[in-house]
Design a binder for this molecule. Structure first.
Ligand SMILES: *Cc1c(COP(=O)(O)O)cnc(C)c1O
Length: 390
C-alpha cells in the first residue's frame, strides 16, 4: 500500500497521471482505435517495429542524446549502419562475390538513366511490361540503340510477354520484375542470352533471386525496403567501365563503389530504416519465408476476387503479382467502385484505390502486410457482395 502510494506520489510529481489517463483512454477496450491495414503502393507499409526503431533513432540514437538525423554520415555511429545494411542485403539475397551493394538517393528513376549511362555501349534490349519499363526505355534511347524485344501494351499490360528474341549482341536485357501499376510479376528470373538488368523496386526481398544472372538490380526503397528518398543497386563490378563514354561522377556506379557508397552524403535516416527492415526480414526467416507469405497472402485476395461476382482481376492468372493485386468491378457494377473504397476504408482497409492509369483497385501486399490484412480485405469484399445482392 505504502509502495503504491509512494509510486503514485512520484508519478504525480512528474505530472504522469494525465499521461497515464490518456493512455488508458486510448488503449482501453471501450474505445479501441480501429486497426488499419495499409495497402498503399508506395511509399508503403513497413513492419511496425521498423517504424518504431526509426522514430526512436530520430529522437535519440542509441542513447547518445542526439538524433540520427544530426549525425555525420562519416561518424563512427553511422558507418556501421551503412556497412551492415550493405552486408545484410548481400546476405539475404545470396549475392555472389564480385557484386557491390549501393544505397543512393535519386529513386528508381535515377537508375533509368544510370543503367544505360554505365552499361549501354551500342545496343540494349528492353522488355516493355508497363509504365516503368516505358520510362526506362525512354531514358535508354538517349544513349544508343534500344530494341524493344516485346511489349504487352496491346492488352493494357495485363500479361508478361514470353516469346521474344533477344539480340545476341545486346549489352543487356532490361526487365521490370514486378509491374507495380499493372499488377503483373515475373516470379522467376528470366533466361536470357545476354546479362540481365532489372528494376526490382516493388518486389525486392519478396523472393529469392539468382543475382548471378544480372549485371545490375536496382530500385527505389519506398515499396519494400524503407521510406522514400533512398534507392538501392546491386552491381556486378566486372560489367562496369565498358560503356566507352565519360560519365558524370554522381551517375557513375564505379565511383560510388570506389567510395563505399559514400561518394556524397547518402540518405542516412532511410538507410537506418532499411537496416532495421533487413534485420526484420532476416529474423522472420529471410526471403524464402517472405516468398511463402507473399504467395499465401495473395492467394487469399485472388481467390476472393475469383469467387466474388462483383469483382474481376485485371492481370492474366499466370502473371499475377503477389505484391500488387489489381482488380476492378465486374461489368454492370462499375458505379459501386467509389462506394466499395469507402466501405473498405470504414473497416480499416485503406489505400486500395487503383493507380489513375488503370482505375479500379490495387491492394499492395508487401512484406510487412500480415496475412490478417489480406483476410480482412477478402472479408470486406464478401460482406459488400452480401449487401449488394440482398
Ligand atoms: C515506384 C517505382 C518506380 C519509380 O520509383 P522512384 O523512386 O519514384 O523513381 C520505378 N519502377 C518501379 C517498378 C516502381 O514500382
Amino acid at each position: 500500500m505504502i509502495i503504491v502510494l509512494r509510486i503514485n506520489e512520484f508519478l504525480l510529481r512528474l505530472g504522469c497521471i494525465p499521461y497515464i489517463f490518456l493512455n488508458f483512454a486510448l488503449d482501453n477496450e471501450f474505445c479501441p482505435p480501429m486497426k488499419k491495414y495499409n495497402f498503399n503502393a508506395g511509399p508503403s507499409m513497413l513492419p511496425r517495429e521498423v517504424v518504431e526503431k526509426t522514430a526512436q533513432a530520430v529522437l535519440d540514437y542509441d542513447g547518445m542524446g542526439l538524433s540520427l538525423m544530426e549525425l555525420s554520415h562519416r561518424s563512427a555511429e553511422f558507418k556501421p549502419i551503412l556497412d551492415e545494411a550493405r552486408l545484410l542485403l548481400k546476405e539475404l539475397l545470396d549475392v555472389p562475390a564480385g557484386y557491390e551493394v549501393l544505397f543512393l538517393g535519386g529513386g528508381a528513376s535515377m537508375h533509368f538513366c544510370m543503367v544505360p549511362f554505365n552499361f549501354l555501349r551500342s545496343k540494349a534490349a528492353y522488355l516493355n511490361t508497363g509504365t516503368w519499363s516505358t520510362k526506362a526505355i525512354k531514358e535508354a534511347r538517349l544513349f544508343g540503340e534500344v530494341v524493344e524485344v516485346a511489349s504487352s501494351a496491346d492488352k493494357a499490360f495485363s500479361y508478361i510477354p514470353k516469346d521474344f528474341e533477344v539480340p545476341a549482341d545486346a549489352d543487356y536485357l532490361h526487365v521490370t520484375s514486378n509491374n507495380t501499376i499493372y499488377g503483373t510479376q515475373m516470379r522467376h528470373d528470366p533466361d536470357s542470352p545476354v546479362p540481365l538488368v532489372a528494376d526490382m523496386s516493388s518486389d525486392i526481398l519478396s523472393r529469392p533471386v539468382d543475382v548471378s544472372k544480372y549485371n545490375c538490380i536496382y530500385g527505389g526503397a519506398q515499396k519494400n525496403l524503407a521510406q522514400s528518398g533512398l534507392s538501392f543497386a546491386i552491381v556486378k563490378e566486372s560489367a562496369l567501365g565498358r560503356a566507352g563514354r565519360a560519365i558524370p561522377s554522381i551517375l557513375d556506379y564505379g565511383v560510388h563503389i570506389a567510395n563505399g557508397s559514400m561518394f556524397n552524403t547518402p540518405p542516412t535516416l532511410p538507410i537506418y530504416t532499411a537496416l532495421c527492415n533487413l534485420r526484420w526480414v532476416r529474423e522472420q526467416g529471410g526471403v524464402v519465408e517472405m516468398a511463402r507469405r507473399a504467395e499465401e497472402r495473395a492467394a487469399v485476395v485472388y481467390d476472393e476476387i475469383e469467387r466474388n461476382s462483383l469483382f474481376m482481376a485485371t492481370a492474366v492468372e499466370e502473371d499475377r503479382s503477389y505484391m500488387n493485386i489489381d482488380f476492378v468491378m465486374a461489368p454492370g457494377y462499375e458505379e459501386l467502385e467509389a462506394p466499395f473504397v469507402s466501405f473498405a476504408s470504414e473497416r480499416g482497409v485503406v489505400a486500395i484505390k487503383g493507380h489513375r492509369s488503370v482505375g479500379g483497385f490495387r491492394a499492395s501486399c508487401y512484406n510487412a502486410m500480415p496475412l490478417e490484412g489480406a483476410k480482412v480485405l477478402a472479408a470486406c469484399m464478401r460482406e459488400f457482395e452480401k449487401n449488394v445482392k440482398k
